[in-house]
Design a protein around this ligand. Structure first.
Ligand code: ZN
Length: 390
């Protein structure tokens, strides 16, 4: 890969012909049409928070360097921003009046309201730009490296860079578009930031789980596809299935592994009324330590109790139950394990120590028995174990 350092380009040069697309949140072109500011493998503009964008302008006004910028020279002699897109878009937007800063006196100043000499200072700031020329693969590998500084690219942003092409462009139009009205509905089930590609990552994860392949494999297989039909259909099927199976929208549904649950259970019929009733009942059960897993537990026919992490009896509860039982047993001259006491065996009158016993639900938890002192009975370990197996 060949690199050339340019110091002759100023903010004014780079901003010549700057355009910004509000809808897509992208700075598009500069250098009088020769520069693509946001090639498709770049992420969205995320500096427009009134802090990072303002900081770029303040640096220019104070004559501070704003860091190295990297351009990729394409085979047709044009340029693409490899690194520096956020900074360029910030000053491009400022110069075209998209946002204001506050001056030393606290006054709001747009570019055009700044004194002429300050406007000049910004426009004439020279930039340090490395021009790189090389194989696409080489450039992208390297892009991966330089983006470790600043706000690092997340995994999906990196994959979009590595597998950039028609498929990524089409997928971003649906899954990375904050203007897409459906995002609101999806956000009940999918966690993350649309602009940071987290919905796209989830959609890809779901379809890849169903195929048993990695996201990288899927993206490289489909890289040149112009349609994302399969990805989109699968994602919509999962969302439709979740939202019809569970009629309620609960906050803890967001970010569950719906793709995996859909794969496992979408062929099982459910009574919606029964499901709703069971969700409500389990939500009210204070013994459940992991209420997020209620949905999976119900889908699985309420078999796998380990999902719920049922709360165990507290030590103090066990001790109280032990004392109560032991005192009563001693009076009657029988074992303090109620099951040993009714049997005809050597342990009929045995008084167990606390550490020889375990707590048991009198009314089983699965039949609605609470994890409380009223429903707690101490059994000897042998009886507790054999009861647990039934
Ligand atoms: Zn016993």
């Amino acid at each position: 890969m060949k690199t050339t350092l340019h110091t002759e380009w100023t903010v004014a040069d780079v901003c010549k012909g700057f355009t910004y697309n509000e809808l897509e949140g992208k700075g598009l072109f500069g250098l009088d049409g020769r520069l693509t500011i946001q090639p498709e493998y770049q992420r969205h503009y995320i500096y427009n928070d009134g802090k990072r964008d303002v900081a770029v302008i303040e640096s220019l006004l104070k004559g501070y360097p704003i860091g190295l910028i990297y351009f990729n020279r394409t085979s047709d002699g044009r340029y693409e921003v490899l690194d520096g897109q956020q900074r360029i878009t910030s000053f491009g937007r400022f110069i075209t009046g998209k946002f204001a800063i506050k001056d030393a006196d606290g006054n709001v100043q747009y570019f055009l309201s700044l004194p002429k000499e300050l406007q000049q200072k910004i426009m004439q700031s020279s930039l340090l730009i490395y021009e790189c020329e090389g194989e696409e693969k080489e450039i992208k590998e390297w892009f991966k490296t330089i983006n470790i500084v600043g706000i690092p690219l997340n995994e999906q942003e990196l994959r979009n860079a590595i597998y950039s092409g028609e498929f990524v462009t089409a997928a971003k139009r649906v899954f990375s578009n904050s203007q897409n009205a459906e995002v609101q509905k999806w956000s009940h089930y999918v966690k993350g930031d649309v602009k940071r590609q987290e919905y796209l990552a989830e959609a890809l994860k779901w379809v890849c789980v169903s195929k048993g392949i990695t996201i990288d494999t899927y993206m490289s297989q489909h890289r040149r596809d112009t349609s994302i039909g399969e990805l989109e259909n699968y994602f919509r099927s999962v969302i439709d299935w979740v939202s019809t199976t569970f009629t309620m929208v609960e906050r803890d549904m967001c970010g569950l592994e719906w793709g995996r649950l859909y794969e496992t259970y979408h062929k099982t019929p459910y009574s919606i009324n029964h499901v709703t009733e069971r969700v409500l009942a389990l939500q009210a059960d204070e013994s459940i330590k992991c209420p997020r897993n209620i949905y999976e537990y119900i889908l699985g026919g309420e078999q796998d109790k380990s999902l719920l992490q049922i709360r165990l009896f507290e030590e103090s509860t066990k001790r109280a139950a032990y004392t109560r039982q032991t005192e009563a047993a001693k009076e009657k001259g029988i074992s303090n394990c109620p099951l040993c006491a009714i049997g005809d065996n050597a342990n009929k009158t045995r008084i167990y120590k606390l550490n020889e016993m375990d707590a048991d639900h009198v009314t089983a938890w699965s039949r609605g028995g609470a994890t409380s002192i009223e429903n707690c009975e101490m059994l000897c370990k042998t009886h507790n174990r054999s009861k647990g197996n039934k």
